[in-house]
Design a protein around this ligand. Sequence first.
Ligand code: PLZ
Length: 444
Amino acid sequence: MATTEVVQSRRIVTEIPGPESRAIQKRRGAAVAQGVGSVLPVYVERAGGGIIEDVDGNALIDFGSGIAVTNVGNADPRVAERAAEQLGRFTHTCFMVNPYESYVEVCEALNRVTPGDHEKRSILLNSGAEAVENAVKIARGATGRQAVVVFDHAYHGRTNLTMGLTAKNMPYKHGFGPFAGEIHRMPMAYAYRWPTGPENCGPEAAAVTIDRITEQIGADNVAALVIEPIQGEGGFIEPAPGFLPALAEFCRAHGIVFVADEVQTGFARTGHMFASEHEGIVPDLITTAKGIAGGLPLAAVTGRAELMDAVHRGGLGGTYGGNPAACAAALAALEVIESEGLVERAREIGALMLARLRTFAERFDVVGDVRGRGAMVAIELVEGDGRPNPEAVARVLKHCHARGLVLLSAGTHGNVIRMLPPLVIGDDLLVEGLNLLEEALAAL
Ligand code: PLZ
């Protein structure tokens, strides 16, 4: 199969968005629901490595990976070929009707690469939100308990249950209630904004959480504690040291299922295969999606065999979960991650980016914090008194977008600029993207 080589350099030949993109955008207004937005309405023609080419012939540097999905690069030929080969044999039978081997192989691979050497099982689904929903179902089914504990700044999806688990009202929840019951929100160990200082943050946030669970819910009523080991949409917040281990220990002592939502952090993104590994956490259940299949829709829940197998037969499933083309792509993507050393590459990307971003923090007062692990890094922009500065983020993004750098915001207050380049991006493109970002900060 012919996959076109995408030249790995930025090239701007029209204004951004160009005339072709603007024409499609106009049609879109009359055809596509307004509720779905686009960060940068530049319509894509092809993409590969660290470059996205648009319909006007512009080539943009990709610091987004389609929100941490194309970790192995866009249209990696091994992913594309393996999925295409599968599509030529059969497109769908429904695993619940006529199963196929690749679904089993993906589950075997997930059971192997996720943290912990205990006996595991997996189920395949379509989206991150669906994975989180299923993790909660499994935890409730296995424990016979109902309560679910989540955190400030959390993002877990857009379905009814996962909207309820998500912290931020606008745009995710506003006007869409009522939400599911038995969801309890706890403080996040957000070191940069912890009132008594970053060094106290991990232990104090854990103590407050444990006290509230004990006093207000009752540990025996809690089915699951669901947490992103590094928060994504919430602003790339790494839990302060000690927070996750203390929670994991409390869960273990009280039979609470510890669910790590690794939808955004999984598959080499943070310089480990999974972000839980940074503090040696072994989750009972782990939800994955995004980077799992090189861009095809696939998600999973992986976890302790005794929990996963506690659900009655027929209690879990879905028409498309573990679609054969997505499974083929996942097997190829995992091979690429392992054979190309992308875990190691994510660490190199992180070292390069963080070193440069720290110089921005010295040069520009607006950069209040620089943080990240591996190829998941961010800067938090602030006013002189430390208040969130979302206006500055909007201006920086506008500047960078106009010059061909795909850059995303994040954060409960929209004042974080996050960077998630594909792990196969070259250093030259990384440096060029960072130069554009520096230029944008200087122009504020
Ligand atoms: N859990 C940790 O990051 C998806 C959402 C973008 P789905 N994050 C990107 C948007 O505005 O919709 C995400 C996540 C974490 C769950 C999800 C949900 O994954 O595949 O979008 O359902």
